[in-house]
Design a protein around this ligand. Structure first.
Ligand SMILES: *Cc1c(COP(=O)(O)O)cnc(C)c1O
Length: 380
């Protein structure tokens, strides 16, 4: 391993990553180096990271339970707030039961690697999230990949997978870098036809798709029909943590077999309290999801009028494709100089030739915010 050579190569390819540091809460307006920016790049789609009621719930939990859980859930780190949150998630997602992990990444890694092993097959959309791929590698099952949202390619791969002992078919419902949506009705039919267990990652669908922002499973009318539904508490829900929603048997199995659930400290009780408050707010304030949908529709229409390539986005995640890493960096820099924060997304996060600015909208963005973004993106 030669770290320095590799770093120099990454830098000369225009792919070196640096972090900016926020000096304010994660919100519509953020502060960096003493200056304010309109943020178009958080997953805090509904503004719940910094919502007064969510903060109040977390503070009350800290006063009562302290800051850390102090142990794994299975040793002594299981609090009533974990149980309450799991009941709340199951109700929100329309499943019998749910299990909370410290992050969404860990929910995917620990679930995929617990459900299948050597001799089984995992069937993935090419653009599935990295945490699913990492779980697949850890499982030592055979990883088979189909073309992005292409049901013909999926069917071919399912035929090839017939020779494996069992099949786990996994797809993101809303894709995190393209903002398009998997056709879950078709995917569900094919899973049934070829005897594959279906797992859906709802990380970016919750808060946008479905009745009351309950996600894509709800949107496609498939409640209770998808065996494994994964989601995160760290995006629209504004806190931190990941979950699996499904049958009581599935949850009991994961509690016993999922290593990223067993061998790690439980989610802090305050994060659970925040997530419960946030789900309550989503359910009682339909205007939040409606505003996010309206903002997304408005920006997509205006970009299309200007012939800007946004791939097949139909959600709050809207890519503006520039092509090369440098062109994405240049547009990001121009936006930054004009008070707008949205970093360049480059390989290996996205395929070569598709470097981009990835806009993610919030319910709280105003038309003026979006018009300002449009003005900078559309002027040469
Ligand atoms: C962000 C994300 C995850 C991981 O969730 P975290 O809670 O951030 O760890 C998993 N899947 C998808 C599709 C994601 O976008």
């Amino acid at each position: 391993m030669n770290m320095l050579d590799e770093l120099r190569q990454i830098e000369s390819d225009g792919l070196l990553r640096r972090m900016r540091t926020l000096e304010s809460a994660q919100d519509r307006i953020v502060k960096i180096d003493g200056r304010e920016y309109i943020s178009f790049c958080s997953n805090n789609y509904l503004g719940l990271c910094n919502h007064p009621r969510v903060k109040k719930a977390a503070i009350a939990a800290i006063e009562k339970y302290g800051v850390g859980a102090g142990a794994s859930r299975l040793i002594s780190g299981n609090f009533s707030l974990h149980n309450q949150l799991e009941k709340r998630i199951a109700r929100f997602k329309g499943t019998e039961s749910a299990l909370v992990f410290p992050t969404g990444y860990m929910a995917n890694v620990g679930t995929v690697s617990a459900l299948v092993g050597p001799g089984d097959a995992i069937i993935c959309d090419r653009l599935n999230h990295a945490s699913i791929i990492d779980g697949a590698r850890l499982s030592r099952a055979k990883l088979l990949v189909y073309r992005h949202t292409d049901s013909e390619s999926l069917e071919e791969v399912l035929k090839q997978a017939a020779k494996y002992r069992t099949r786990l078919l996994i797809t993101d419902s809303v894709f995190s870098m393209d903002g398009d949506v998997a056709q879950l009705d078709r995917v569900g039919e094919l899973a049934e036809k070829y005897d594959a267990t279906l797992m859906i990652d709802e990380a970016h669908a919750v808060g946008f798709l479905g009745n009351g922002g309950r996600g894509a499973v709800e949107h496609f009318g498939l409640n209770g029909k998808i065996p494994v539904v994964m989601g995160t508490l760290s995006k629209a829900i504004g806190s931190v943590g990941g979950y699996i929603a499904g049958s009581a048997d599935l949850i009991e199995y994961l509690r016993n077999k999922s290593r990223s659930f067993i061998y790690t400290t439980a989610l802090p009780p305050a994060a659970c309290a925040a997530a419960i408050a946030a789900i309550d707010i989503i359910e009682t304030t339909p205007a939040l999801v409606e505003n996010l949908k309206e903002n997304s529709r408005y920006l997509r229409i205006r970009l299309a009028e200007n012939n800007i390539n946004t791939l097949n986005s139909t959600t709050q995640i809207i890519p503006i494709i520039t092509g090369t890493p440098q062109s994405a960096l240049d547009l990001s820099q121009k936006l930054y100089e004009n008070g707008i924060l949205t970093p360049a997304i480059r390989p290996p996060t996205v395929p070569r030739g598709t470097s981009r600015i990835r806009i993610s909208l919030m319910a709280q963005h105003t038309k003026q915010d979006i018009d300002k973004l449009l003005e900078i993106v559309t002027t040469k």
